[in-house]
Design a protein around this ligand. Sequence first.
Ligand code: SF4
Ligand code: SF4
Length: 331
Amino acid sequence: MRATTVEQQIKDFVLNEAGMDKVGIASIDRFNQSPKGNHPTDFLPGCKSVIVFAIRVPDGAVNNIMRVFEDQTYDVQGVYGCFGYGGAPNYHLLWGNYKIARFVEKITGCIAMPETAGPTHGAKMMSMRHCAAAAGLGEFGWSSIMLTPEFGPRNRFGAVLTTAELKADPLYHGPKLCDPSKCHVCEHMCPTGAVPPYDPDQVRHIEMGDRSFEYGGTHWVKCRVMCHGTYGEYNPTGADLVPRDMENPVGSDLASAMGYYKDHPGHEWIQHNPTYKCGNCLAYCPVGNWRERFYDTGISHIDTTAFIDEGAPAACLPVGKLTQDAAGEAE
Ligand code: SF4
Ligand code: SF4
């Protein structure tokens, strides 16, 4: 059937021509709490709408996080890095952003700015997870990662900013996806303690339109140290290069790790060492049919139900069969 509205034409293009798996549209008022310098109008003066889209990270790419963590098969880390993290997904989004921005300009006559697709493309980025929430694609998980009902945290997001005033999609009001008082998977599966235990006094809030989103205070420094392969699970020595109990692992505390990387230039420290050497909070979150996709298939040998309490959201519980991966729009 022929699309009748500009919004529908854009969504059809995003899903069918640009090859994305989900799409939604955010109105500019949903960014009222954006920090200075990160509001859409800081990037595109006169911006009125943000078109946000997602691609699902392939299960086969996520599998490599599990091979490293569960089997210590370190040499497949780069497969996740390439196909689940900074390589192919960013290039898919890069070309998608370009095509979508050109299409939006063509059919609206307004300006459409493609957002950069990840740090590998060398420009300051807006927060894609906040864009995704603003466009109704899902809600935040305790791990701070954006969850979609279909794919859990296993998505990558892109956005096109436009001066066109488009009809916004509703914010996500579907079944609750994450309740960190009942699900503790990301906390238990985080090797560094970067994802803290649930504490109602430590919950972070953000207001958008008629919704309040909540998420946890993930310790990004601890996470970053882990993702650079500093702990034994992720570096070839099998030993921790920094003590695990450091509250704030930066500066001189890291001298021993820096020494290691200095002596092993193939594993260079912070700036040049790949940053994809963990990802457990993304890989093991139960939302998005985790159990059916990864446990029942034998891809993961870790039974994470031990970390899920009675009364957890249905999205965290086994459904017994895979749901369709059908491309979905926000509405
Ligand atoms: S693992 Fe559980 S607590 Fe963590 S984000 Fe996913 S649903 Fe929320
Ligand atoms: S990527 Fe790993 S270290 Fe970082 S927060 Fe997630 S589970 Fe923790």
